[in-house]
Design a protein around this ligand. Sequence first.
Ligand code: ATP
Length: 788
Amino acid sequence: VYLSVVWYSGKLGAAYYESESQIIYFLEASVESSPFERVERLINELLPTTIITSAKQDPDFVEKLKIFAEKETNSGEKTLEVEMLSSMEFRYDNSKRRILLVNLLAMPDHYTESERAVYMSSLVQLDNHCSVRAAGGLLRFLDKNRVGVGLESSEVQTPIATFMNFTLKHAMSMDTASYDALQIFKQLRHPSAYKVGYKEGISLFGILNRTTTTVGRRMLKSWFFRPTTDLKVLTERLDAVEYLANPRHEETLNSVKDCLKKVKTVSNMFVKLRTSKLSVSEWVGLWETAQNALRIADLCRSAVLAPEATPLIFSDIARTFTQDLVSVVTVIGNIMDIPSSKTEGKFVVKSGVSEMLDDMKATYAKLPALLGQLATKELAKYSDYISSCQVVYMRLVGYLLFITKTDEMKSSGNLTLPGTEVVGDCQDTVYYKTPATKVLDENYGDILEEISDKEASIISDLQETLTPYTQALLDVMRFAAKLDCLASFASVAKDFNYTKPILKTDRRICVKGSRHPLQEHSVSLFVPNDVVFDHESGIIKVLTGPNASGKSVYIKQIGLIVFMAQIGSFVPAESAEIGLVDKIYTRIKSKESISCGMSTFAKDLGQISTAVNGATSRSLILIDEFGKGTATVDGVSLLASVLTHWLAKGDTSPRVICATHFHAVARRNLLPTSPALRFVTMETIPGERTERVSLYQLKEGISEQSYACEIALQVRIPPEVVSRGKEISELIRKNVPIRPYNRSSSITYQIRCRQVAQEARQVDLDNPAAESDVSTSEEIQPTVSSDE
Ligand SMILES: Nc1ncnc2c1ncn2[C@@H]1O[C@H](COP(=O)(O)OP(=O)(O)OP(=O)(O)O)[C@@H](O)[C@H]1O
C-alpha cells in the first residue's frame, strides 16, 4: 500500500494505491484542524509501506509523518518510509491532468479524450481538491518507481484497475498492540526448511479463515484490518452468514465452496492481456474462473427465485455475473483445446478455428513418414559415400541430410557428397543441404515456425477479444472474494456452534454464555460466562480473582467477541446483543520490544494514556493488570484515579473491564460509589486434595485472596520458601512486626524433622522385633513430600 497525504488549508487529502488489487482509493476529504489523529488512523488501518507527501508541506506535518515512520512494529522493524516529492507534482491542475490520462484496465481503448473525462469523473470526485492533489502525487510516484511493473518495456505504466472512494467514517479502530494481545493474527516462521515466509499460527484469523481463493483470503485479511461500525455492511454480512450456515442450505454452501476452489486470481492477467502472452495455466485459470463464476451465478439465481429471503450478495451476483462471462467461456472454449493444452503444457488451438492452421498441422504430422522415405532414397543415392542417414528438420534452417561420419571421412577429412553443400560439421556428424532437401524447403517451408506464428496471431486476437471483459472479470474477483469470506464465516459458525450477534447503536453489550474462540479449543471443558455492560449491571467493571482463575481469558474473550461481531462474523456464545464499539483499547501484557527504549511501566502507562485521551462513550477498554510495574501504593492509586476519571463521565463513560490483583482498590473504598461501577470475581471453591478449585465462573463480588502460595507450590518453589512467604503475608495483613528469619536453626530443625518422619515411616507396627533395625538406619532422604 502506497499512501499519499497532503494537508492544505485545514483539509486532509489522501489517496492510496493497493498493489494487490491495483486500485487507487480516494479518501473523502475531511476538515481537520489537526490532521495527525486521522493520519495515524490511516496508517494503522492501511498499514502502508510508503507515505508520499509534498516537500512544501507544513514542517510540523512532515515532522509528524517522520515520527510515525520511525515507530516500530511489535517485531521491532520499521516498515514505513516517507517519500517527499516536489510540490509541483501535487498541484491541482497537474494532478487532475495526470488522473485523466491514466489508462484504466477497465476502460475501453477507443474512448476519445472527452469520453475519458466523463468516464473518469464518474469514478473520481474531481472537485475533491485535496484528494485529487494527493492522487496526483501518488500517480507521479508510482510511475517514477514503476510499481508493479516487471521487465516489460519502459513505456508500460503502473497497472491501475480502477479508482474507488474510501472512507474511514465507520472504521472501528484498534492499535497493533491490541491486535497482538488479542491474538488476532499470529505469524509464525514456516517450520519447513524448504519453504520461505510465514504461516498463520494459533490466532483468530487462523480459526476464521476457511477461504479457498487467494482473493478471498486477502479480502478476509482486509476485513480483519478494518472492523467497522457500519450497521448496513455488518447486517448484510451477518444475514449472508446466517443463510449459508443454515443446515437447510448446506448443499448451496458446499456447491459454492466447490466452485470457489476453481476461481483463480485473474486480476494480474489483465495487464498481460494487453502486453504479453498468458501462460497455459493462466488461460486455463481464466476459463475455469469464468465458468465457475457462471455456476455460482446459477446457484444464486435459483436461490433468489425461491420464496425465502436471500442474502444481498446473491442478488448482486445474479445481476452482475452476466452474459459477458458466457462470452469469456465461449470465446476461450471455442479457440483453445483445453484438454490438449493441459497435457501438452502449451496453448493448443482447436481444430476448425483456422483451416490454414489445420492444413499446416496435418502436413507437419505427415512429415516424419515423409522424411523417412526421403532418407531411404538419399541413402540409395549416396550409398558409395555413406552407410546410413536421416533427413531432419531444423527450425529456421529447414530440412537437412544428417549423417554420421564414416571412417574414411574421418581419416581423409573429405566430407563432400556430390551435388550437396555442407552446412554443419560437428564432431562425428555432418549436415548437408541436398537437392531433395531444397525441394522440401520450397514445398513445406519453415512449417513449425509458420504454425507457431499462426497460433500466436490467433492467441493475440483472442487476447484482444477478451480485453473488453476486464470489468466483468474484476467484478467476479470482487464478489467471489466476498462470497468466499462469507462462506468461510458460515462454515466456522456451523462447526463451532457460533451465534448471530444482534447489533445495536446503544451502549449495551449483553452476551450470554460467551466463550473464548481460541481458548475453548485448548481445554477439555470450557466454562462459558456472560458479558453484560448496561445500566443495571454496570458499565465499568473491576474483576478480581485468584491467579489462574480465568480473568485474562474472560477479558480477552470480550474483546474478541466484539471484534468478531464487527467484522461480520458470528460469535462464540449462546446469544449476543452488541452495542457497536468505535474503538477497542487494551492494556494487556503483550510482546516486549527491547529497541523501543521505554520501560514496561512507561509502556503500560502509554496505553492507558491513549485510552484516557481517546475513549468515547462508544469505546471498549480492556485492562489486564495495570500498575504492577511500580510501587504497589502508586500502582493502586493510579488505577483508582483512572477508573474514577471514567466513572466521573457518567453517561458518557466508555465500557471498561479491568482485572486486577490490587484488592485494595475494591476493599479500601478507593473508588466512588456509583451504579455504573461493579465488582466481579472468578469463583473458586476449596478442593478436597488441593486447597482450591477454579470454577472459571464469573460472579458478583470481590476476591479475598490471590492463592499465590498454592500456585507457587504447584510450580515447585521450595515449600519452606513458600511457607515463609505465607507467614510474612499474614503478618503484613495483621500489621504485626515481622521477626527476622533464623535461617540456620530453621534448616537444622527441618532436617531433624525429616529424619524423624523418615524413621517413623519405617516402623513396622505389626512386627515389634524389627524396631531395633530402624533405629540403626543412618540414611536420611533429603526429599520432602507434601504430606511431611
Ligand atoms: N472459562 C474457562 N473455562 C475453562 N478453563 C479456563 C477458563 N478460563 C481460563 N481457563 C484456564 O485457566 C488458565 C488460566 O487462565 P487466565 O490466564 O485467564 O488466569 P488469570 O486469572 O488471568 O491468571 P493471572 O491472574 O495469574 O494472570 C487458562 O490458560 C485456561 O487453561
